[in-house]
Design a protein around this ligand. Structure first.
Ligand SMILES: Cc1ncc(COP(=O)(O)O)c(C=O)c1O
Length: 408
């Protein structure tokens, strides 16, 4: 039998990161690669208690098919939580999703035709590029001055179906836009008639000060806002949410129905029991402490070990450092040597929709204890130093031998 693939399937590609994670699973490898939360921080006992309570109090409702919109009390909780952050949200605008990854998929299905323009940051979240790519969009890289996309770039994006933005502890760069840039961007997007899709799974994971209010707080009906319980509770629950303008909500709901009817009601009730019971009041400060300590350890190790010419900015929240190596180095070509030496990372190139910057890498500190972070960064830095020396020794005009096939 010859199976003829749909054009959208041709656009589906293996995730470069998932391929790298397979390498990182080798015994003894210190993985700075995954975007996973620290498993030792999962609130296991609280989940056990909440599960028992759900099964004791509403076993049949929890195990039955449920509403596509999501579990009412959880939608109310999300709306109340967002109102406390200055967003004018009603529960009727909250759609519970199977992780925020599903929210991205639904947004793409509802808003994109083949050839539609999506404006993105460079770099941007690889999973969003993957979610939107089957809709065959045209990417538009927003002009950026280092402090974020330039507000003027929104005028250049006029006609785009939406701008996909991650202003808070971005994956992969860890960057957090300040309040002034957020205001200017949201206003410029409204002026240009460009809708905003704001992805914010890391906002609660701040280490120094809380981030400024989301773009959606200013853009109102001009924004879809996505969030998740994956990073604050556990990704295995697969519970996220999106907030949509009232006019758009019914279409997203219909796409949700077509995709999976509803997010598991059992999981939603467990999440609701946890958050409504006040777990986050104690859990979040503990999580922030753990990640702050790891952020500090990685920052110190990078400063101690990386050669001059490498650049990074310590993130003020989230899970990632974004490191720029000296120009001319290709992070992907260093990965096999790094894994052989016992450390894994994610090369930066897959996070660019066009013109990748090969001398970049994403390092996650979330799952590694401080002493192992020191060891992992020292190992990685030795490989970078070696590559810097080799590049300096390479005669001009002679390309170094390829080290590794293309990722993914
Ligand atoms: C920026 C961003 N958006 C969305 C997701 C998807 O998260 P989930 O589907 O677990 O809610 C991730 C996961 O790492 C992410 O980093």
């Amino acid at each position: 039998m010859t199976w003829t693939l749909a054009r959208r399937a041709e656009r589906l590609e293996p995730s470069a990161i998932r391929e790298i994670l397979k390498l990182a699973e080798r015994p003894g490898v210190i993985s700075l690669a995954g975007g996973l939360p620290a498993a030792e921080g999962f609130p296991v006992e609280a989940v056990r208690d909440a599960t028992a309570r759900v099964l004791a109090e509403t076993p049949r409702e929890a195990l039955q098919y449920a509403a596509s919109e999501g579990f009412g009390p959880l939608r109310e909780w999300v709306a109340g939580h967002l109102r406390a952050q200055g967003l004018g949200v009603e529960a009727g605008q909250v759609l519970i999703t199977t992780g925020s990854q599903q929210g991205l998929d639904l947004v793409g299905k509802v808003l994109l035709d083949a050839g539609s323009t999506v404006a993105v940051e460079t770099p941007t979240y690889l999973g969003a590029l993957q979610a939107f790519a089957p809709c065959e969009p045209r990417w538009l890289a927003l002009d950026d001055d280092g402090a974020g996309p330039r507000p003027q770039a929104m005028a250049a994006a006029r006609g785009a179906r939406f701008a996909y933005l991650l202003p808070t502890f971005q994956n992969p760069s860890g960057r957090c836009l300040d309040a002034a840039r957020r205001h200017a961007l949201a206003d410029a997007a409204l002026d240009a008639g460009v809708a905003i899709v704001e992805d914010d799974p890391y906002g609660a994971l701040w280490f120094d000060d809380p981030p400024p209010p989301p773009l959606a707080a200013r853009a109102g009906d001009g924004a879809v806002y996505l969030g998740s319980f994956s990073k604050v509770l556990a990704p295995g629950l697969r519970v996220g949410w999106l907030v949509a303008p009232k006019r758009l909500f019914p279409k997203l709901l219909q796409a949700k129905q077509a995709a999976d009817l509803h997010t598991p009601g059992f999981n939603q009730r467990i999440v609701h029991a946890l958050v409504a019971g006040g777990l986050l009041d104690t859990h979040l400060p503990a999580l922030r402490r753990r990640y702050r300590e790891r952020r500090d350890a990685m920052h110190a190790a990078l400063a101690r070990h990386l050669p001059s010419g490498c650049r990074w900015t310590p993130p003020r929240g989230g899970m990632f450092f974004w490191v720029e190596l000296p120009a001319g180095l290709d992070a992907a070509s260093l990965l096999p040597r790094a894994v052989d030496a016992g450390v894994a990372f994610v090369p930066g190139a897959p996070f660019f929709c066009e013109t990748p910057q090969p001398n970049t890498m994403r390092l996650s500190f979330a799952t590694v204890a401080p002493d192992r972070l020191e060891q992992g960064v020292a190992t990685l830095a030795a490989i970078v130093r070696d590559a810097v020396a080799t590049t300096a020794d390479t005669p001009r005009g002679v390309a170094p031998p390829p080290q590794m096939p293309a990722l993914g």
